[in-house]
Write a protein that binds this ligand. Structure first.
Ligand code: NDP
Length: 334
């Protein structure tokens, strides 16, 4: 029988306006980078997506190269869109990106117009969609004129293959330049996607958070859990089914004794707040909301549906006292 999403799916999620745009995004968004490749059972991917949508997560984040192999996450999600989400497209915000290596030869990576626009066509085919909601330049390309890259994003929007344009991992300076070009072209930059967590604060140091709020661009921050380090899962060793054990973007060597000590201290603070450490880490990136909030949404990954549920629970206790923030600063170090 056809799956139907929960009736109460819009009851508890918070939706934040994305910069100075008309679009609202859920405070927690789901990314499909690591757990949607051919190395994961399809039923798990389906269960994760269903759980997310049931909890009010309307935003699903992809890229051309997510897999393995590259492209597999879009293919899997395209299948789930057909089997489970048919009829719900207008309730969903689906994004994809281009920037990293996709196919052999000089036109298969970086940020030429040639690469970006053919990659978007390939993504749409894999997803089985006529358009994505957000199309990103996945990384700054030092060898391609920014005018060309931004021109390709503008073209994607004008041709109806994307509704909005976004930038990922551009620094503050490049973001200003890119946003100015996009504005001139008449396709304002909707959103910026940088990494950010209690132990990775480059967006504060670089001034990027100030820049995007100045420019009225929304922010979606990836890896708020420092791919699992900011959870309690590594406190008793490295579980076999964890990302560290599989060597996926989290090297076991990061988990040295000092790091574990710090994570344990953070875990104690989280417990005092009646949260899991994962929940506190997500609430922390979203903390400025309400008091001049700068982060629109926390972009999480999950290897099972229970993690999505736990992570969304972060929204139950979003407030931090000045003392708590200072205490976290003491231990939130790599
Ligand atoms: P996270 O920091 O959210 O890490 C996710 C991992 O943490 C999961 O795979 C899982 O690891 C573990 N985890 C998640 N929830 C919990 C929980 N509640 N309790 C315990 N463990 C948990 O983010 P990711 O690094 O996965 O990135 C999220 C998304 O951001 C990506 O899918 C992608 O869409 C985007 N991204 C974008 C990039 C860019 O360049 N623009 C780069 C990187 C990511 P385990 O597998 O061990 O269970």
């Amino acid at each position: 029988a056809q799956w139907t999403p929960a009736d109460d799916r819009y009851q508890t999620m918070t939706y934040n306006r994305c910069g100075r745009s008309g679009l609202k995004l859920p405070a927690v968004s789901l990314g499909l980078w690591h757990n949607f490749g051919e190395d994961m059972p399809h039923r798990t991917k389906r269960a994760i997506c269903r759980k997310a949508f049931d909890l009010g997560i309307t935003h699903f984040d992809l890229a051309n190269n997510y897999g393995p192999p590259p492209g597999a996450a879009e293919t899997a999600f395209g299948e789930i869109l057909r089997t489970d989400f048919a009829g719900y497209r207008d309730e969903m915000v689906i994004s994809t990106k281009a920037g990293y290596g996709m196919w052999p030869g000089p036109y298969g990576e970086w940020s030429s117009r040639k690469y970006l626009l053919s990659s978007l066509d390939q993504s749409l085919k894999r997803l089985g969609l006529d358009y994505v909601d957000i199309f990103y330049s996945h990384r700054f390309d030092p060898e391609t004129p920014l005018e060309e890259t931004m021109g390709a994003l503008d073209q994607a929007v004008r041709s109806g293959k994307a509704l909005y344009a976004g930038l990922s991992s551009y620094n503050s300076q490049r973001t200003r330049e890119a946003a100015a070009i996009l504005k001139d072209l008449g396709t304002p930059c909707l959103i910026h996607q940088p990494s950010y967590s209690m132990i990775n604060r480059w967006v504060e140091e670089d001034g990027l958070l100030d820049t995007v709020s100045d420019l009225g661009i929304g922010t979606i921050v990836f890896s708020p859990l420092a791919p699992g380090m900011l959870t309690s899962k590594y406190l008793g060793g490295i579980p076999e089914d964890s990302r560290a054990a599989q060597g996926k973007s989290l090297r076991p060597s990061f988990l040295n004794e000092r790091t574990i000590e710090n994570i344990r201290a953070l875990d104690t603070i989280a417990k005092r707040r009646s949260q899991t450490l994962a929940q506190m880490a997500i609430a922390w990136v979203l903390r400025a909301q309400g008091s001049g909030g700068r982060v629109t949404t926390a972009l999480i990954g999950a290897s099972r549906p229970e993690q999505v549920e736990d992570s969304v629970g972060a929204l139950k206790n979003p407030h931090f006292s000045a003392e708590e923030l200072a205490e976290i600063d003491q231990y939130a170090r790599e």
